[in-house]
Structures are given as C-alpha cells and as structure tokens.
Design a protein around this ligand. Structure first.
Ligand code: HEC
Ligand code: HEC
Length: 452
C-alpha cells in the first residue's frame, strides 16, 4: 500500500528509486497532465463548492452541516475523483488554473485508486462523469453561469451510464466527424446512428507491451493517437502541432509505467501450480510472464472469445480507416505506426501484468473480480461496488451482487452505481476458457494471477 509521502514523491518526481508499483522517471509527462490545460474549462471553484446543494436527501443536509473540507471530500467521493496528493481540495482528474477553473485531463479516466490509494496507470473505476456533468449544469443554472462544451455535449451524447465506465470511444467518433484528415474543422450534420456504449479504460502500464491500441487493436500506437481526446472545436490544427512535443513526453511517461505489485500474502506452492495450469490453458493468448516473458498480442475472433460485441460493431471500417489515415495515424517515424489491423475480427487478448489492480475486467468492465473471470457461470447479473473496498479473496472489487436492479425508481446518481449486465454493451458473458479447469486448478490460477 502506498503511503502519502510516497504518493507525493510519485507525483512530483525527483526520487531516484522506484518503489514497487511506483513510477520512475521521466515525470515530465505526468507534470503536464496534472498542470497544463488542453481543453476549455468545465466549471469553476464556486460551482464545485455548491454541488452539494443539488444532491438528494439526506446527503444534502449532511453536506450542508459539514465544514467545507468535509463537503469537498464528499463531492470527490460522489464523483469518483482522486484527491491531489499535494492539495486535497484539488483532484488529479482536473487541472485547476489560476482563476480557480477546473479543466478535465486524461487522468479523469486513467488515474484510479486501489484500496483507496492512487496508483498511476490504474483506470479510474469510480468516475461518475455523467452525474458530475448533470449536477454542474444544475448549479450553473442557479448561479446564472454559461454552459461549457461538456455541459452541452452531454445533452447530445450519453457520457456513461455506469460509474467507472464512459462512452469515450463514441465521443471520439462524434468529434472526428467534424475534421478533415489534417484536422482542419469542417461543419457536417451530426451522426444520428451512433452506437453508444460504455467502456472501462485499459491499464496504462500495458502501453509499452502493446503493438497497436484499443480493445480491438485497430489503431497504430504513437503520441499523436493519444491526442484524440483534445478534438473540441476550440482546438484547431495548429494547437495539435504546438502540443506534439508535450504528448511525446506524455507518451514517454505512460510507456515507462510499471505494473503495480501485489503486496498481500501469496501461497507460493499454489501459485507455482497455477503457473503450470496458466501455461497450458491461457498462455497461448496472454503470453508468458517473469524473466524472458513474451506477449503474443493476438486478436481473438469474436465468435471464439464471446464477450460483448457492441464495441467491435460500433466502429465501421470507414471510421477506423479515416482515423488511421488522418494526422493521428502518422508519426513521421512510421515504423511505430502499424496499420495492418484496420479490419479487426475480435478483441486483443490483453497482457495480464498487474491484473490484480485493474478490476473490473473485460473491455466493458462487466466482471468485478478475477474469481468471477474464472467462474463464468457465477458472474452477477447486477453488481454494485463499495466506494473503495477491495476483495482480497476474490481479487478485485468488493461488490454487492444482485439478480436484478433494486425495485422502484432510483435517482440517476444512485442508478449509475449499479452495473447491469443485461443492458446493451454491458454483457458479462463469454471468455469461457476457464470452464476447462477443475476448481482446484482455478484456485491455483487465481493465486498465480496475483503474482503478475
Ligand atoms: C472519458 C474517459 C477518457 C479520457 C478523458 C481519456 N481516455 Fe484514454 N481511453 C479511454 C477508454 C474508454 C479507452 C479504451 C478505448 C478502446 O479500447 O476502444 C482508452 C484508451 C486509451 C489508450 C489505449 C491503451 C491500450 O492499451 O489500448 C491510451 C494510451 C489512452 N487512452 C490515453 C489517453 C490520453 C493520453 C488521454 C488524454 C489526452 C486520454 N486517454 C483521455 C477513456 C478515456
Ligand atoms: C483464445 C484466447 C484466450 C484464452 C485461451 C484465454 N484468454 Fe483471457 N482473454 C482473452 C481475450 C481476447 C480477452 C479480452 C476480452 C474482452 O475484453 O472482451 C481476455 C481477457 C482476460 C482477462 C481480463 C483482462 C482485463 O484486463 O480485463 C483475464 C483476467 C483473463 N483473460 C484471464 C485468462 C485466464 C486465466 C485464462 C486461462 C484459464 C485465459 N484468460 C484464457 C483471450 C483468451
């Protein structure tokens, strides 16, 4: 577990030795992510500090009676924001400028916590973007303030129907529609046939092992591809050129991230047995680990993997091709840019380093623990996590499991705490390979997965 001082050292760099799960140099990329605004502001401090006024009871009254620091802490927890180690009134997910305005950054989706402690590269599995945006809008109406790009955008596109997952892929498609290949802005009528679906962001420490990017692996890897999130109309092509060096530094930082190490007890004998079972049943797709380990980076056809196929079907060959043919898909040194996967047939079998830390599992975040990955028949239809609880036995999120959604109408903020696998794009089915294992073998593999 990370202690506060170490977290501060991680964020500010300057430490010569990297602790387990920690980040060595270069930290320039992290500093840019935390401090530099690449998007227009989302809201100001006054809006953030009044968000509690639109909460449901009894939370609202509790917040009303609480001192401001406690109220801010409650807001951070409600929206799944990670407090900034140097200043808990700020969040790592938003840059705060000199005027107190909050500006979303990449860490919104890509900086999470495990057991309540931040770990770099871990996806933010608590981010409540849709709830935050809705409530910001209400407070801005009360304060007679103008809406931002996100406030307006979310009226047109769903942002995320379950906390911790977002419709990020479709934001990208919607924004790219208004760009030429060189990123100059063109007006086109909006698409009405987009297939909205929520995704769980992947762990960033895999970046260095990946050859191509994304769940279906269609995009070439490179610093330009990382800039898609900046496609708001305020950013013309010259901004992208101006910021290229920043994103080289950000890419370098992401590529240097190490998977975090499991710090709990491990039954060595059982893990060794698990390693053998893994080599027989899993390694052909997921690779080998430890010294001399190798990662095959295979795309597995959808019929074979059987996980939710909405993400695969949501992008057309034309969209994939256009993204790759644009400025984002060319880096000058095109040896890095792999364009051979534009027509994927399924999903990439991801590397499993640090997999204990990156729950929930599968590209849509539908499976809460590794135990559930290994027991396809026992995956809950509906689950809700505790705010920061970690399940050491099943390895993953501590969850409440349900056969169905609770009866009656829930306020949206509460509804989004539940992951309902029966909704489109959210199926937890598939990847039935563990069915070939005995219970004993599954227990051994679970132990082994902790050690990766
Ligand atoms: C709103 C949430 C969100 C934000 C903000 C965001 N991302 Fe992502 N990111 C995702 C999701 C979801 C995926 C998975 C997409 C897929 O696989 O189709 C992803 C994928 C990636 C990947 C690919 C990793 C892999 O192994 O395939 C990288 C790298 C990445 N993002 C970097 C960034 C950077 C850099 C920024 C800021 C400029 C950023 N992201 C902002 C949600 C987000
Ligand atoms: C035929 C190839 C294949 C085999 C065999 C296979 N997997 Fe996978 N695995 C995949 C693919 C593809 C995914 C991604 C599925 C998705 O996200 O929809 C995946 C996902 C996973 C994940 C979730 C990773 C994450 O970060 O979300 C875990 C854990 C996992 N596999 C473990 C195993 C174990 C353990 C075995 C052996 C019992 C195994 N797999 C066998 C292809 C395979």
């Amino acid at each position: 577990m990370l202690v506060a001082g170490m977290v501060a050292a991680l964020v500010f760099g300057g430490v010569g030795t990297a602790a387990p799960g920690a980040v060595a140099t270069p930290d320039g990329g992290l500093e840019l992510l935390l401090a530099k605004a690449y998007l227009p502001a989302d809201f100001d401090q006054e809006v953030f500090d009044e968000l509690w006024t639109v909460w449901e009871e009894p939370l609202k009254s509790q917040a009303g009676r609480a001192p401001i620091e406690e109220r801010r802490r409650m807001a951070m927890e409600r929206y799944g924001l990670v407090p900034h180690p140097a200043d808990p009134s700020r969040s790592m997910q938003y840059v705060r400028d000199a005027d107190g305005r909050w500006i979303m950054n990449c860490l919104a989706c890509h900086q999470g916590q495990v057991r309540g402690e931040p770990i770099h590269g871990v996806p933010n599995s608590t981010y409540a973007l849709e709830t935050l945006t809705e409530e910001v809008r209400l407070v801005k109406i009360n304060q007679r303030k103008a809406f931002s790009h996100m406030d307006v955008g979310s009226l047109l596109l769903p942002l995320g129907t379950t906390n911790g997952t977002t419709n990020a892929v479709i934001f990208g498609v919607a924004l790219m529609r208004h760009r030429d290949p060189d990123l100059s802005i063109v007006q086109r009528p909006p698409r009405l046939d987009l297939v909205h679906h929520d995704m769980d962001a992947p762990a960033w420490w895999h970046y260095r092992r990946r050859r191509t990017l994304y769940a279906d692996g269609f995009a070439p890897k490179g610093h330009r591809m990382l800039m898609q999130f900046l496609l708001v109309k305020e950013n013309g092509p010259d901004r992208f050129h101006e910021w290229e060096d920043d994103f080289r530094a950000i890419e370098e930082w992401i590529a240097a991230l190490e998977p975090p190490r499991w710090t709990g007890p491990v039954n060595r004998e059982r893990a060794d047995r698990g390693a053998e079972v893994f080599a027989d049943h899993c390694g052909a797709c997921h690779g080998t680990y430890g010294p001399g380990g190798s990662y095959p980076d295979r795309v597995i056809p959808i019929a074979e993997i059987g996980t939710d196929r909405v993400r695969l079907d949501s992008l057309t060959a034309k969209e994939r091709g256009e993204l790759n043919a644009s400025w984002f898909g060319h880096f000058g040194d095109d040896a890095k840019g792999m364009h051979d996967r534009e027509a994927p047939t399924g999903y990439v079998a991801p590397p499993l380093d640090g997999v204990w830390a990156s729950a929930p599992y599968f590209h849509n975040g539908s499976v809460p623990t590794l135990w559930h990955v290994l027991h396809p028949g026992e995956r809950p239809a509906v689950w809700r996590r505790t705010p920061t609880g970690y399940d050491d036995a099943r390895v993953g999120l501590e969850v409440e499991e349900r056969a169905a959604m609770p009866p009656g109408r829930l306020v949206p903020a509460d509804r989004r705490q539940f992951f309902d696998t029966r909704k489109p794009g959210k199926s937890a089915a598939g990847h039935d390979f563990p069915d070939a294992l005995t219970e004993d073998e599954k227990t051994a593999v679970l132990e082994y997965l902790k050690t990766l």
